[in-house]
Structure formats: structure tokens, C-alpha cells
Design a protein around this ligand. Structure first.
Ligand SMILES: Cc1cn([C@H]2C[C@H](O)[C@@H](COP(=O)(O)OP(=O)(O)O[C@H]3O[C@H](CO)[C@@H](O)[C@H](O)[C@H]3O)O2)c(=O)[nH]c1=O
Length: 358
């Protein structure tokens, strides 16, 4: 099995690459990553010398590069994670999300389709036999929930609200369209918010950990009433392994932890955890909480119904949230150099003056 994983130097991608490289020594894993600001080969330092691992630097918006790579390496499967992923960035720069998430995905679909069809022309088995194109997506495509009894199901209509979620919804539609039109063997999953080691500190949990450590304000958007459903990143990687190997072609699987938190409650939990870990008096970090201008078009609540993947494929989360959060905080405290590296340079420029106090 020659398996292409795109975006493997990013947060979720690096956990997926590590899992596949270590669990499947008989597979050849190719990690294709552009190494944007959020891609970091340091995330994979522990497996970079593995004999079944190859890193390829490249850009999915470059169709010719992808065609050439697929002509050179006969991939059997693709797990596509490469994406621009931060909602706030999509508000200031929507076009980069269209390019990477929509155009990049269609380029990748074309490259896989053309090379798999060529292998049939060359006298091989049926073009798509034994092949699989897996698109890893987000629950944000479903929009925002307002009724506390509602959950996102695989059958929930798409209603993306941000440029980011609109770009992911479009890429999901393209993947399904290629399954329908060309009979490509596709499978998809839509996951809730992830957290864990190597999380880039533009996202809520690592940003708060970093700011608590450095005594900076903790910017809570709006009133902090928005709800997110959090899943430990290693459990998401395990779910991706399950869907890739057992998922039924043409199907979509929602992935989540049944673990909803209001942002403000989560920030208080993080403050208490950090006070304890850093030996600070109780209540110290909470004083840094600062309510700031709300995110434009801020989705109120995401909540995933993960029953389909649990009952049909037998996946379930392995960690309770409090345990996962402890592990995450411990990882960030033990990996100061990683955090210092990713929060220097362009990070400083981006975050300067980004938050307005209310
Ligand atoms: C960065 C930041 C965020 N927030 C709020 C906004 C959200 O309600 C919540 C989580 O924000 P973020 O960490 O940016 O994550 P969110 O917008 O939910 O999106 C994440 O989760 C999605 C899955 O639901 C993924 O598809 C996205 O790629 C990922 O970024 O915290 C704050 O209050 N303050 C902050 O500084």
C-alpha cells in the first residue's frame, strides 16, 4: 500500500501520519505538505527516519506538480487533510481558503482520478479497484445549532456560515461529485473541534495555554457563550484509521466526543489547571480573562452525533476530556522550545493588535 497523506505536517495531519507510520510498517507513507505557517516538521521528529516514511514538500494548488507526483508514485490511497483551517484568517483572507481548500482539493481529485484511470489503460485491474480517496472535513459545514436538543447528523443539510466552512463545504461537495460522476471510491468524515499536542496557538486551547504562561490577556470572543464539542486529536487520528480501513465507500462519518463546553467554562477550567501546574494561587490566571469583540458571524454551537461511526465501525473516544486536557497542558509545558519557535516571527506580526478590548 502506497498511501499519500496531505497536510501531514499540520496539527491533525501529524498525528495521522505518526499513527499510520507506526501501526502499518508494511505501508509506504508519503506526507505531502507545503509547510505553511501552521505546518511544522518538528511535529514529526520522532518518526522522520522511519523506513516507511517519506516527506514531500509541495503545494496542492499546483496541478502540474500533483500530476507529476502521481505519475511517479502509484498511490493506492489518499487521505486528504491539507487545508487552511482557521476561521478568523478566513474572515480576513477568504481567497487563500478558496485556493487551498477548494482548488487544491479538485486538483488532488483530478490527479488521483487521472493516474488511477491511466493504470487501467495500461492493462491493470479496473481503474479504481483497491483504491480509496478519503476527505477529512469539519462539522462546521453544517452551520450553527440553536436548539439544545439538536445534533449534527450525517443527513443534516449543509449551511456553512464562514468563508472557512463554505470552502470546506465546497470541497466536500466536489469529493461527492467525483464519487457520483466518475465513480471514484471516496469516503468522507466531518469532525468536531480537536485539541492536543502540537496544536497551533492561534486556536482557542493552545492560545489560552500560551497566554496564561506568558501573563497575557485571554481574549474571549463576545460573551464566551459559544459551545464547541472537543475531541482529543489522537482519538480523531484513530477514527481516521477506522474510516480509511472500514468505512463504506460513498459514505460520510461524523466524528465527535459528545463533549460540549461553553468557551468561558473551558477557559476557566484551563485557568484552574494552569494555576495548579504552575504553582500559582487559585484564581490568578482567571484575572487575565478579557472579553473582546465577537468573531464576525460567530457560530453559536456545534455538537456532533457520532453514533454512526460508533455503532457501524466500532470506534469510540479513548480519553475523557479532563484527562486529555491534562495531557495537553503537560505537553505544552514540557515543549517550551516548540511553542517558542512557533510563536516567534510571523506569529508576532499576525497577533499584534488583533484583539480589541470591549
Ligand atoms: C482563537 C479564539 C477563539 N475563541 C472562540 C471561538 C470559538 O467559539 C471557540 C473555538 O475557536 P477556534 O479554536 O478558533 O476553533 P473553531 O472556530 O471552533 O474551529 C475549529 O474547529 C473546527 C471543527 O469544529 C475546525 O474545522 C477548525 O479548523 C478549527 O479551527 O473559541 C475565543 O473566544 N477566543 C480566541 O482567541
Amino acid at each position: 500500500m502506497k498511501l499519500l497523506i496531505t497536510g501531514g505536517a499540520g496539527f491533525i495531519g501529524s498525528h495521522v501520519v505518526r499513527l499510520f507510520v507506526t501501526k502499518y510498517p508494511e505501508y509506504q507513507i508519503y506526507n505531502l505538505d507545503k509547510l505553511t505557517y501552521a505546518g511544522n516538521l518538528a511535529n514529526l521528529a520522532d518518526i522522520e527516519d522511519a523506513p516507511n516514511y517519506t516527506f514531500v514538500k509541495g503545494d496542492i494548488t499546483d496541478a502540474k506538480f500533483l500530476e507529476d507526483m502521481f505519475a511517479e508514485i502509484p498511490f493506492d490511497g489518499v487521505i486528504h487533510l491539507a487545508a487552511e483551517s482557521h476561521v478568523d484568517r478566513s474572515i480576513t483572507d477568504p481567497m487563500s481558503f478558496v485556493l487551498t481548500n477548494v482548488v487544491g482539493t479538485v486538483n488532488l481529485l483530478n490527479a488521483a482520478k487521472n493516474s488511477w484511470q491511466n493504470s487501467e489503460t495500461a492493462g491493470g485491474a479496473h481503474a479504481f479497484e483497491g483504491k480509496r480517496f478519503y476527505h477529512v472535513s469539519t462539522d462546521e459545514v453544517y452551520g450553527s445549532l440553536h436548539n439544545p436538543d439538536e445534533f449534527f447528523l450525517e443527513t443534516t443539510s449543509y449551511d456553512p456560515q464562514s468563508p472557512y466552512s463554505a470552502s470546506k463545504a465546497a470541497s466536500d461537495h466536489f469529493v461527492r461529485a467525483y464519487g457520483n460522476t466518475y465513480k471514484m471510491p471516496v469516503v468522507l468524515s466531518n469532525c468536531s473541534n480537536n485539541y492536543g499536542p502540537n496544536h497551533f496557538p492561534e486556536k482557542l486551547i493552545p492560545l489560552m495555554i500560551h497566554n496564561i504562561q506568558t501573563n497575557k490577556p485571554l481574549p474571549v470572543y463576545g460573551k464566551g457563550e459559544n459551545v464547541r464539542d472537543w475531541l482529543f486529536v489522537v482519538d480523531h487520528a484513530r477514527a481516521i484509521d477506522t474510516v480509511f480501513h472500514k468505512g463504506v465507500l460513498g459514505e460520510t462519518y461524523n466524528i465527535g466526543g459528545f463533549n460540549e463546553w461553553k468557551n468561558i467554562d473551558l477557559v476557566h477550567l484551563l485557568c484552574a489547571t494552569m494555576d495548579r501546574k504552575l504553582g500559582r494561587p487559585e484564581g490568578t490566571s482567571a484575572q487575565l480573562i478579557t472579553y473582546v469583540t465577537d468573531r464576525a458571524g460567530h457560530d453559536l454551537r456545534y455538537a456532533i452525533d457520532a453514533n454512526k461511526i460508533m455503532t457501524e465501525l466500532g470506534w469510540e473516544p479513548s480519553l475523557q476530556f479532563e484527562e486529555g486536557l491534562e495531557k495537553t497542558v503537560d505537553w505544552f509545558l514540557a515543549n517550551q522550545e516548540w511553542l517558542d519557535n512557533v510563536t516567534s516571527g510571523a506569529y508576532q506580526t499576525y497577533y499584534k493588535g488583533m484583539y480589541t478590548n470591549r
